[in-house]
Design a protein around this ligand. Structure first.
Ligand SMILES: C[S@@+](CC[C@H](N)C(=O)[O-])C[C@H]1O[C@@H](n2cnc3c(N)ncnc32)[C@H](O)[C@@H]1O
Length: 330
């Protein structure tokens, strides 16, 4: 666990935490162990709505962007290398001293090697298949890493950013879903977990669509979607799709539900997307979804819909159409 390693690292190096000034924590997810850090000077940067809300609920200062200046920055390294580099660059831009923590499987060893070429890095504290170290540098040393986190244009002219789902190209599962959608999916469609907007873009090309609600937890992905979908019929919601509800029930819900929360596999998350999707729908509404073939969504679909059909897919992915949302089973 990275947080435990971080706490041990701080214990091991008394005096490392500054006596005064802000401490900015980047890449933290809710539930992380913040013990040992002064809460009144702590400032968490989070982009996923459920994490953001959880920090707020614990009365921890949380924001989308780092402050201009801090006495110390702490970065928990994500797996996506461009996002990790962008976080380090953002941390270096606000603090001269940056603690970097990460798992070997998330590439902490190569990141440390790269950082040693650019700035002074202290000895790495190794524990639980990961490393923590202190780096002291200047933002100029990492200017190109800051750039790498910026927008990129992929197939179809879509704009994405480091760390969003399918940042480098259209997801192969999502790519299959538009073919399975009818010519007229309904006037009001919800794209649950809409990411940077691939499915919504396909929906907007269908007949009779008057409104699309794109619901996405990752603020950065949502901002990409705004750029990709300059269409007045789309409403963008930075929200948890397992709780969000439209003001009026929708005719259709589309999704390629997530089954990871941060680094943790969480197949239950997809099940909660399906359950909430059923609640969002009008009585005659339908849900279309694509999922990895190994994920067992049939049971939860049958719990929440009267009719469930597998209508397509390939060897890796399956596509379902579910009709008749059953209210009683909430
Ligand atoms: C498998 S991706 C699909 C993205 C997009 N629909 C596409 O087809 O490219 C799942 C998306 O759900 C988002 N997500 C994860 N948890 C969420 C939640 N609780 N509420 C809303 N969106 C969430 C992820 O950030 C990701 O963009």
């Amino acid at each position: 666990m990275s947080a435990t390693r971080l706490a041990l690292f701080l214990d091991d190096q008394p005096g490392l935490l500054p006596e005064s000034g802000g401490i900015v924590f980047m890449g933290a997810v809710s539930g992380i162990d913040l013990s040992g850090l002064p809460r009144d000077r702590l400032y968490v940067v989070a982009r996923m709505k459920p994490d953001f809300e959880a920090f707020e609920a614990h009365e921890i200062a949380v924001a989308l962007d780092p402050p201009e200046q801090a006495a110390l920055a702490i970065v928990i390294v994500p797996r996506a290398k461009p996002e990790a580099r962008a976080l380090v660059a953002a941390a270096m831009a606000c603090a001269d001293a940056v603690i970097v923590d990460g798992q070997k499987t998330d590439g902490i060893d190569s990141l440390l090697r790269e950082m040693r070429q650019r700035c002074a890095c202290g000895a790495a504290f190794s524990k639980a298949h990961g490393k923590t170290f202190l780096a002291r540098g200047q933002s100029e040393d990492f200017a190109d890493w800051a750039q790498a986190g910026g927008p990129r244009v992929i197939e179809g002219g879509f704009r994405t950013r480091a760390g969003v789902f399918s940042a480098d190209g259209i997801d192969p599962a999502s790519r299959l879903l538009p073919e399975a959608l009818p010519e007229k999916p309904g006037a009001h469609v919800v794209d649950a977990g809409g990411g940077w907007g691939y499915l919504s873009a396909a929906i907007l090309g269908r007949k009779g669509v008057e409104r699309v609600d794109l619901v996405e937890a990752d603020r950065v992905a949502l901002e990409c979607a705004r750029e990709n979908l300059p269409d007045g019929r789309v409403q963008f919601h930075w929200a948890d799709a397992t709780r969000w509800m439209p003001e009026t029930k929708a005719d259709a819900v589309v999704m390629n539900p997530p089954f990871h929360a941060g680094r943790k596999g969480e197949p239950e998350l997809g099940a909660r997307f399906i359950a909430q999707g059923a609640r969002m729908l009008a009585a005659g509404g339908r849900l279309w979804m694509v999922a990895n073939r190994h994920l067992p969504y049939e049971k939860v679909l049958r719990t929440h819909f009267r009719e469930v059909e597998e209508i397509g897919g390939d060897t890796r992915f399956k596509i379902f159409r579910a009709s008749g949302p059953s209210r009683a089973r909430g």
